[in-house]
Design a protein around this ligand. Structure first.
Ligand SMILES: Nc1nc2c(c(=O)[nH]1)N(C=O)[C@@H](CNc1ccc(C(=O)N[C@@H](CCC(=O)O)C(=O)O)cc1)CN2
Ligand SMILES: Nc1nc2c(ncn2[C@@H]2O[C@H](COP(=O)(O)OP(=O)(O)OP(=O)(O)O)[C@@H](O)[C@H]2O)c(=O)[nH]1
Ligand SMILES: [K+]
Ligand SMILES: [Mg+2]
Length: 470
């Protein structure tokens, strides 16, 4: 039988390297222990000279030693946080070692030799959750903060960490419980109570649904902030795709030459637009080719169109719209896209004559941007149009306190359905028992979000996505 993460005996003391492990990098690396044996293990491994007190929330200075040979492994600091005043609410000990890979790996091995078990991904956060220090949304925000790729994504994660979503959901759930209590009382003690105030029930339901809708509406910004966007630049050879990637990312990532067919493999670059982390893919120019290497590159370009959240079809303002563009334009029709008219610097003398024929080829559903990649002109407009196309224009001005993830949105949408069902049931004049069925379902769904009602397999799935040492 597979052991489930949450059923692992919490009496076990767990250990992990809490910092990134990179050779020759990171001035400090941390090995973290949590559990009943943490302090005992540290006592065996850490020598603190003089009369330093082993008290909670203190840092001791000293040496980590191999207990048998007394060989010194590192000169280090030891941080003590005794239960319940720690991240996990268990005894937590941290060895603050030198960075790089050797010190932390050796110290981790010593901890394991002393009886600690290697922590699974997310297990420190899981314990913080199981011990009631964090609700599930806060624990998810810990992972979001570690994974954040833009200041706005980090800001949303910190708000979640501090319990903004948790608070709203607790309030919603408690409102539903109040409503349930009122209704159930009428089922159980019908004769002893004044009749149910139907207007009150209806207005409470309306209010609750309004809040639910408000929270659900933050799912789009949550998804953009967390997952970001994959944007593929496609077009026929030499229209300036690689030049656009370079200008946009202010780099020399991609090779640019005046030879058509320069780019073969996909070239990626990472940037942030209006708070959204964006992965830009430069692709091989698409054309009929007999060169097998180029053909493979073109296959990858076509695949990128399907993988991308947004496709930028790039066209050469001077070269104009050719037959190949008809095919490419058709290819991107089912995908979210915009059309980039590049090299406008070449048509400065008479832009209308060159650009209008291109515009005439485009349908009304295709946003258009004119720019010059080689002169870095029009990139601002590209970003604004991109944000508008993915409906994220006011993300940077938005309130980032709430930005729910897909899992949370799924459960909250179920709660919304259940609450709407309660409304319908009341409307249909069905007996009170029916109202409570859907109300209970809504309460259950909200509990799935906060973790008040979760299964072990849900916890497994959520925490296994964390990194090791979190
Ligand atoms: N060295 C180190 N830095 C770290 C962490 C850590 O575990 N170790 N963190 C880990 O993610 C974050 C800080 N988060 C933390 C959250 C709570 C507690 C904590 O001990 N809370 C107790 C006690 C509070 C108090 O003393 O009053 C509590 O809330 O009960 C510690 C760290 C980021 N920086
Ligand atoms: N005048 C002008 N030239 C440009 C502009 N953008 C790119 N070019 C030139 O167009 C040529 C092709 O540019 P690339 O960026 O290599 O074009 P590409 O679409 O990536 O080409 P392939 O990878 O071969 O498909 C180079 O000589 C660039 O300097 C622009 O905005 N204005
Ligand atoms: K080229
Ligand atoms: Mg190229």
């Amino acid at each position: 039988m597979a052991t489930s993460r949450s059923s692992i005996v919490q009496a076990e003391t767990i250990a992990a390297i809490a910092t990134a492990i990179v050779p020759q990098q990171g001035s400090v690396g941390i090995v973290r222990l949590s559990g009943a044996e943490a302090v005992e293990i540290a006592r065996h491994l850490f020598y603190a000279p003089g009369s330093q007190a082993w008290e909670s929330h203190r840092i001791l200075y000293g040496f980590i030693r191999q207990p048998k040979t007394q060989q010194v492994i590192d000169e280090a600091l030891l941080l003590l946080m005794y239960a319940p005043r720690s991240f996990t609410r268990e005894d937590v000990v941290e060895f603050h070692c030198h960075g790089g890979i050797m010190a932390v790996q050796q110290v981790l091995q010593l901890c394991l030799q002393q009886g600690a078990r290697l922590a699974q991904p997310g297990e420190f956060s899981l314990r913080a959750f199981l011990n009631g220090r964090l609700d599930l949304t806060q624990a998810e925000s810990v992972a979001d903060l570690v994974g954040a790729q833009s200041p706005q994504a980090a800001q949303a994660a910190v708000a979640g960490l501090r319990g903004k979503l948790a608070q709203s959901l607790r309030q919603l759930r408690s409102d539903c419980l109040d409503l349930l209590a009122e209704i159930e009382a009428r089922i159980d003690f019908e004769d002893d109570l004044p009749p149910l105030d139907l207007d009150w029930v209806r207005s409470r339901l309306d209010e609750t649904l309004k809040t639910v809708r408000h929270i659900l509406a933050t799912a789009h910004q949550g998804e953009l902030l967390r997952a970001g966007l994959k944007v593929a630049i496609i077009g026929r050879p030499n229209v300036g795709k690689s030049s656009l990637l370079n200008a946009w990312s202010k780099s020399d990532r991609a090779i640019v030459t005046d030879l058509p067919g320069t780019t073969r493999d996909i070239v990626e670059s990472q940037l942030v637009v209006g708070g959204i982390p964006i992965q830009v893919l430069d692709t091989a120019g698409i054309r009929e080719s007999s060169n097998p290497v180029e053909q493979m590159g073109i296959q990858r370009s076509r695949a990128a169109v399907q993988r991308a959240d947004l496709v930028l079809l790039t066209v050469d303002a001077a070269g104009g719209w050719a037959e190949e563009e008809d095919l490419l334009y058709e290819l991107i029709q089912p995908r979210p896209h915009l059309v980039v008219i590049n090299k406008i610097d070449l048509v400065d003398s008479d832009p209308a004559a060159r650009i209008e024929p291109i515009l005439a080829q485009l349908g009304p559903a295709s946003p258009v941007v004119q720019l010059s990649a080689s002169q870095s002109r029009g990139l601002e407009a590209l970003e604004q149009t991109l944000l508008k196309t993915v409906e994220a224009s006011n993300l940077s001005a938005a309130n980032l306190d709430l930005a729910i993830n897909q899992r949370q949105a799924g459960a909250i949408a179920k709660a919304q359905n259940a609450l709407q069902q309660v409304q319908a049931t009341i409307q249909a004049g069905l007996p009170l028992d029916f109202w409570t069925i859907d109300l209970r379902a809504a309460i259950q769904d909200l509990g799935e979000v906060t973790g008040e009602a979760v299964t072990e397999s849900m916890l497994d799935e959520i925490f296994s996505r964390f990194c090791i040492g979190k």
